[in-house]
Design a protein around this ligand. Structure first.
Ligand code: GLN
Ligand code: ZN
Length: 751
């Protein structure tokens, strides 16, 4: 037993599960039909891993929505508002995931947050005063049995107690301290149940151990695990960490009575050093995460073998660095790309082969695949674009600062735009309805001409511009009907990118993204958005926002190169977007929104690394994009899942004129932080949650605006939903936005 995997993608190689769940939401599929699709996907996953010769195959890594939510349901950490609904257990689960609105009741979803430093999002479990832990392992056990019936023994996976406690939101009197003993008891009960089923190994995921840990955190880990592990019966426990190293707690972890420890040698900059310095105990297995679970590039076998060479060979299990859920299924589906390119890629299935190759070379000294792998890394992949490289190296500090300063621009823009108090706007996209997607597909297939394709989108834009005017919006958008995705769309027009057909990755629930791949140097070789913006602006006297994606987000939502730094790639993209910004301005677009939805994504997990490893280049890269526009041009930006309470000065330093962000689903605590930090950028905290189909009432929105006004100065507040509306239906969008405008007008009337 020398190879292991932490988790596998679950949406389906052709997104089968995603489509089935969405059909279930639309009542086009029954619960049992959905179960059948799910079962097929699980079986395929296990069989693929089994065929590849993986020894420790995960189970219970499957999820209909999110594994943290699954763990919360398994422990009964489910607020009464969902439990009380007279609907099926699966529907309750989905109600917690995405809200529910029917005769059975009207409830909002749980909060959703970014999963560590990935583009995956987890549901935040809520622990309230009514919460009583109660174990229901039916999902875990039945999936284990399902695999066993195929002749495959798996190691079930659960989120570990420490990480779960850290992710939970305590909404009542309880705190970590008051419930930690109950957590010990319930996880002990897990051991008992697993032992009764003769399950050999359990993987407890503890990624929260890679943060900066305080003495108190370390004490908590010990206080949970010491008594818990004393009750582990016959079950062997793998304490699995990922997304970094465990430098603050390594020496304590190795003393715990676990049977295996999983460490990340890819993102864990200090992992190898920790083992070298402190050694590794003889009574445990070391699950060494050496195959990157986040990138799409081939593993460099020489480098990996050099890492493994220093580890205790008899204890070693070769593993992925994290769950492979963060990478697409298989390179073999990409029939449109040249083999010269494809041979540099390894998606989930190919990573299994890599684990196997490395295992064979390491233990059996068969070096066949090593030579081929070495040749791959010696290969020159593409022709460099020297112009771009020179532009980047020629940048100087003045290229990053916009003049005049923020407050001078704010005064100038007040005069120019003469917007009403509490200006209303939306974030950019309107619903990508079936006809919008069909139009794009027809064009891609060559069934319709470019002119016909454009005409359709123009008609949509005109309809929605007319509608926005009629409803009374102040700053309009063209609707983004030409965009499949806010990153892929730009990538397709830039030099240096390549694209896949099926390389989908789960972002949250049924939402998947297909990140483009940065292959070479990035350059703008054509206009990106000017025609659509100019057309939309020609239809109205109100300002229509130009709509771009910012360089940090483009990079963070791409699969980046690994042969140059992230900062260098980002600056290349920033220069390309800067050209587009100036072109929009030249063509009469007066307000330009540059989305940095994913700004926080690659923020290091350790706060001590924030500036030096990330913010010091990411924030300037954004400034570079808009530094050269006139003071009369208003720059907006937008961020999603804004957990930026702790980086507010950095956000202000982006020097945008206006920022909109998701607030309704997090809670409004961010606003206190804005106030405390004297945030100067004008702000549009989303007044309702667009990630759910429910329609906010007029009263509800008025209340939110009143609340916002207690925190944000009247003259700085914008009113908008919390994100783009592309995934929503037309009816709910129109009803919600009408309420948004009416609520704003009602409040304006009282001022
Ligand atoms: N402008 C984009 C849209 O509205 C922003 C999307 C996002 O923040 N993820 O779709
Ligand atoms: Zn957003």
């Amino acid at each position: 037993m020398t190879t292991s995997l932490i988790g596998y993608p679950r949406i389906g190689a052709k997104r089968e599960l995603k489509f089935a769940i969405e059909k279930f939401f639309k009542k086009e599929l029954s619960e049992s039909e959905l179960e059948t699709v799910a079962k097929t996907q699980r079986q395929l996953n296990w069989q693929t891993q089994f065929a590849a010769g993986i020894d420790f195959i995960p189970s219970n890594d499957f999820s209909f929505y999110d594994t943290t939510l699954d763990t919360a349901f398994a422990l009964n950490i489910v607020p009464e508002r969902y439990q009380a609904l007279a609907i099926s257990p699966l529907e309750k689960y989905f109600a917690a995931a995405r809200g529910h609105q029917s005769e059975a009741g009207d409830v909002k979803a749980l909060a959703m947050k970014k999963w560590f430093n990935t583009n995956y999002h987890y549901m935040v479990p809520e622990f309230d005063d009514g919460t009583v832990l109660k174990l229901d392992l039916s999902k875990l056990l039945s999936e284990y049995q399902e695999a066993l019936a195929l002749g495959i023994t798996t190691k079930p996976v659960l989120i570990g107690p420490y990480t779960l406690l850290k992710l939970i939101k305590f909404t009542g009197q309880s705190t970590i301290a008051t419930v930690q003993d109950d957590f010990v008891s319930i996880y002990a009960e897990v051991f008992e149940k697993l032992a009764a089923e003769k399950i050999d190994w359990l993987q407890l995921d503890e990624p929260a151990l890679v943060f900066d840990l305080s003495a108190e955190d370390i004490g908590l880990v010990k206080a949970i695990y010491t008594p818990l592990l004393a009750q582990k019966k016959s079950v062997k426990v793998l304490l699995q960490t990922y997304f970094g190293d465990v430098r603050d707690i390594y020496t304590d972890l190795v003393r715990l009575d676990v049977d295996g420890i999983g460490l990340d040698f890819v993102e864990g900059r200090k992992t190898a050093e920790l083992i070298e310095t402190h050694g590794f105990p003889t009574d445990k297995k070391l699950f060494a995460g050496v195959v990157n679970g986040k990138n799409i590039w081939r593993n460099n076998y020489q480098k990996t073998l050099a890492i493994l060479a220093k580890l205790p060979k008899d204890k070693l299990i070769i593993s992925s660095s994290c769950s492979l859920q963060h990478v697409p299924y298989t390179v073999s589906a990409e029939t449109d790309l040249d083999e010269k390119i494809l041979r540099h890629f390894a998606f989930a299935q190919e990573k299994l082969q890599e684990i196997k190759d490395i295992n064979v070379i390491f233990y059996q000294l068969e070096t066949g695949s090593l030579a081929e792998n070495k040749a791959l890394f010696d290969e020159k992949r593409f022709e460099a674009d020297l112009t771009v490289q020179e532009k980047v190296s020629g940048l100087s500090s003045s290229d990053y600062s916009r003049t005049p300063d923020f407050s001078a621009r704010e005064a100038i823009q007040k005069e120019v735009f003469k917007l009403p108090t509490l200006p209303t706007t939306t974030i950019g996209s309107f619903p990508q309805t079936a006809d919008v997607r069909k139009n794009r597909l027809n064009f891609k297939r060559g069934d319709i001409t470019k002119a016909a394709y454009d005409d359709f989108n123009k008609t949509k834009t005109k309809e929605w511009i007319d509608w926005q005017e009629a409803i009374g919006f102040d700053v309009l958008v063209h609707g983004e009907f030409e965009r499949n995705d806010m990153v892929e769309y730009f990538g397709e027009k830039l030099a240096g990118y390549i694209f896949t057909k099926y390389a989908w990755v789960q972002s949250y629930g049924t939402r998947c993204v297909k990140p483009p791949i940065v292959w070479g140097d990035i350059a703008r070789v054509q206009q990106l958005s000017v025609a659509d913006s100019v057309y939309a602006q020609s239809l109205t006297d109100k300002p229509v926002k130009g709509m771009l994606t910012g360089p940090v987000t483009i990079l963070n939502w791409s699969f980046p190169r690994e042969d140059i730094s992230l900062s260098e790639s980002t600056l290349q993209i920033a220069l390309a977007i800067q050209e587009e910004v100036l072109d929009l301005e030249k063509n009469g677009i007066k307000i330009i929104q540059i989305d940095e939805a994913a700004l926080r994504e690659k923020l290091p997990l350790r706060q001590t690394d924030w500036d030096s490893q990330y913010l010091d280049w990411a924030i300037p890269a954004f400034r570079l994009v808009h530094a050269k526009v006139a003071p009369t041009t208003q720059i907006h930006t937008h961020m999603c899942y804004s957990e930026f309470t702790d980086i507010i000065p950095a956000i202000d330093a982006m020097d945008a004129d206006v920022i909109s962000f998701e607030a309704s689903r997090s809670d409004l605590s961010i606003l206190d932080a804005l106030q405390e930090n004297g945030f100067r950028t004008q702000t549009g905290p989303g007044v309702y949650d667009i990630h759910s189909p429910r329609i906010p009432s007029l009263d509800e929105i008025e209340n939110v605006i009143h609340k916002l006004l207690t925190k944000v100065p009247l003259e700085k507040l914008w009113i908008n939903p919390d994100c783009g509306l592309k995934t929503r239906g037309v009816t709910e969008v129109k009803a919600s936005l009408e309420n948004l405008v009416k609520a704003t007008q009602a409040i304006r009337a009282t001022l």
